[in-house]
Design a binder for this molecule. Structure first.
Ligand SMILES: Nc1nc2c(ncn2[C@@H]2O[C@H](COP(=O)(O)OP(=O)(O)O)[C@@H](O)[C@H]2O)c(=O)[nH]1
Ligand SMILES: [Mg+2]
Ligand SMILES: [Zn+2]
Length: 313
């Protein structure tokens, strides 16, 4: 047992908004308690994560202890966060040009992790409306799409409104403007952007511990634009979140990570149809009828092929 001096004064429910050096900062109704976790969790292999909903016991000697972690909606390895309700996939209209396969990998991750997804097309100022429409039109029937310019400030109110009351995290390839959007939403320079690191002559953003910020309207936003890895194939180094997710995903699960496929899946001739070469496949028919976007089906095929290759090793 831990030494926990003092009698319990009160018990509160809150959210871990920050974790530093063995302390967890728990926001309970607007008051932040510097708390410790019982060794019990570590023994069970359960490490509290930023984003966890927890119970804290506040003792009369001033100490606060986390006594319970509520079941998670989801948990991520890198960044190490929990309970992402909305994954905000950020793409750039230009610089870098959007690549459908990369976008779809992030969206599959959101679906596999049971998070809602929302798409932000940033850098509106760099592309013609007709160019942006090509991308937006693919996703609008499937996910909410917001066209914004973080530097010009256009479209940001709509995005802010869509995030009201949610626990959200930004994801997307490097250079699309995640840090710029984060700073705009938080209203402070929390994250180093490409623009500032160029000025400082630094190539990479320094790794920091994740933190959850209240941005008004009851929105909690993770400060870590950490979901930047986008290729399961090229991934080198430590754990790639998408790679880890794809390793768990079965071939059968994949079609269910494409929400627009769902109305057709039950109508295929074979129950175990993987929507590739099987006869009387309702998903392929929907593709032929123009009811599924070719780029989305292409991403499905590519990821499915990767999942198959993985199983062979
Ligand atoms: N033209 C334009 N540039 C932008 C916009 N948003 C961000 N940028 C620039 O794009 C670069 C990368 O932005 P950053 O926020 O660091 O991207 P991150 O890697 O996704 O975090 C920086 O030079 C930003 O100033 C935008 O809306 N329009
Ligand atoms: Mg960044
Ligand atoms: Zn099928």
């Amino acid at each position: 047992m831990e030494m926990t001096g003092g009698a319990v004064k009160e018990t509160k429910q809150g959210v871990i908004v920050r974790g530093i050096a063995g302390f967890y900062y728990v926001d309970a109704d607007g008051t932040v308690y510097q708390s410790k976790a019982r060794g019990l969790f570590r023994k069970k292999g359960r490490t509290p994560l930023v984003g966890d909903r927890v119970t804290v016991e506040i003792r009369d000697d001033g100490d606060a202890w986390i006594t319970e972690i509520a079941p998670r909606r989801n948990a991520f390895i890198r960044p190490p966060i929990a309970n992402v309700e909305t994954l905000v996939l950020v793409l750039a209209a230009k610089r870098p040009d959007p690549l459908p396969l990369i976008a779809d990998r992030f969206l599959v991750m959101a679906e596999a992790k049971n998070a809602d997804a929302l798409i932000v097309i940033n850098k509106e100022d760099l592309a013609a409306e007709s160019e942006i429409a090509l991308l937006a039109d693919v996703y609008r029937p499937i996910y909410p799409v917001f066209v914004v310019s973080a530097t010009e400030g256009t479209g940001m109110d709509g995005l802010r409104k869509a995030l009201e009351g949610k626990i959200a995290a930004l994801a997307g390839p490097s250079g699309v403007g995640k840090s710029t959007i984060l700073n705009a939403l938080i209203g402070r320079e929390i994250a180093e952007t490409g623009a500032t690191s160029e000025k400082l002559g630094r190539g990479r953003q320094t790794t920091r511990a994740s933190e959850l910020y209240t941005i008004g309207g009851g929105t909690l936003l993770f400060d870590t634009p950490g979901f930047t890895s986008f290729s399961a194939i090229d991934a080198s180094g430590p754990v790639d979140e998408i790679e880890a997710m794809e390793a768990e995903l079965t071939e059968r699960d994949l079609a269910f990570c494409f929400p627009e496929f769902e109305p057709f899946i039950g109508s295929c001739r074979f129950d175990n149809c993987l929507h590739r070469t099987e006869p009387d496949c309702a998903v392929r028919k929907a593709l032929a009828d123009g009811r599924i976007a070719p780029s989305r089906y292409a991403s499905y095929e590519t990821i499915l092929t990767e999942l198959r290759a993985r199983k062979r090793y």
